[in-house]
Design a binder for this molecule. Structure first.
Ligand code: DC
Length: 225
C-alpha cells in the first residue's frame, strides 16, 4: 500500500491548513501542488511570458528552478525560486488567478507530473491540490475531497487578509472564488472533482480539528496509522 493521502478541494476549503497539521502530526512530507502552479504563473509574469503561450509555459514548468528549503525557526518549507524567497509573493490573489489559468493547459500539467510524484518517499506523503486523487496519485489508499460553501470560503479568506492588514471587499473575494471554481471545475484536463473513491468532507461548519480527526479516523480504518 502506498503511504500517501490525497486532499483535493477548491480554494479556501481548508485543505492547506489541514494538510500542514497532518504532515506535522504524522511526520510525513507535504506536497503543496498549488504552489507549483503558482510558481509557473509567477515565473511567467516575471519573464514576460503570456499566460496562453503553451510552449513557453510548458518549458518553464519542466525546468522550474525551485528549491523548497526548511525555514530556520519552523518546520515549514519555503519556495526559493531562481534564488529568491517567493513564499509570500506567490500567495497574492493575482498569482492565484494566473495559476488557475496556466493550470488549465495540458502541457503545463504534464510537465509537472513527475516532479509531483517525486515527492512520494517511504516516509509518507500528504498531497494537497485539485487532482491529487484523480490523476497524480490514483492508487492512494485514502483520498479526501474537502469542500465548503463559497460564502464560507470567502469569509475565511476575508478574515485572513484583514488580519494581515489588507483591505478588501468580501463581495470581490466571493466573485474571485466563484470565477476560480468555475475555471478549475470545468477545464478539460484534470478538472477539480472528487475521485470515485474519495471521502467527501464538507468543512463549512466544522473546525479544523474536527476535519483532522475525521481524516485521522479514515487513516486508521485502512491501517495506515
Ligand atoms: O491551491 P492553490 O490556490 O494554491 O492553487 C492555485 C491554482 O492552481 C488553482 O486555482 C488551480 C491550480 N491547481 C491545479 O490546477 N491543480 C492542482 N493540483 C493544484 C492547483
Amino acid at each position: 500500500m502506498q503511504k500517501v493521502i490525497t486532499i483535493d478541494g477548491p480554494s479556501g476549503s481548508g485543505k492547506g491548513t489541514v494538510a500542514k497539521i497532518l504532515s506535522q502530526k504524522l511526520g510525513w512530507s507535504l506536497l503543496d501542488s498549488g504552489a507549483l502552479y503558482r510558481l509557473v504563473a509567477f515565473g511567467a509574469i516575471k519573464h514576460g511570458i503570456a499566460l496562453d503561450d503553451c510552449d513557453a509555459l510548458a518549458k518553464l514548468a519542466l525546468n522550474l528552478d525551485v528549491k523548497f528549503e526548511l525555514q530556520a525557526d519552523s518546520e515549514l518549507l519555503i519556495p526559493v525560486f531562481e534564488g529568491e524567497n517567493v513564499a509570500s509573493l506567490i500567495r497574492t490573489e493575482e498569482c492565484g488567478s494566473a495559476a488557475s489559468k496556466v493550470a488549465a493547459l495540458t502541457p503545463v500539467r504534464d510537465a509537472l507530473l513527475d516532479r509531483q510524484r517525486a515527492f512520494l518517499t517511504e516516509d509518507g506523503l500528504i498531497a494537497d491540490g485539485r487532482d491529487m486523487g484523480t490523476v497524480v496519485f490514483p492508487d492512494a489508499p485514502v483520498k479526501i475531497y474537502l469542500n465548503a460553501s463559497a460564502e464560507e470560503r470567502a469569509e475565511r479568506r476575508y478574515n485572513q487578509l484583514k488580519n494581515s492588514g489588507e483591505t478588501v471587499s468580501i463581495a470581490a473575494i466571493l466573485n474571485e472564488i466563484r470565477t476560480r471554481d468555475e475555471r478549475d471545475m470545468n477545464r478539460e484536463v484534470a478538472p477539480l472533482k472528487p475521485a470515485d473513491d474519495a471521502i467527501e468532507i464538507d468543512s463549512t461548519s466544522l473546525t479544523i480539528d474536527q476535519v483532522v480527526d475525521q481524516i485521522s479516523d479514515a487513516l486508521s480504518n485502512v491501517g495506515l496509522i
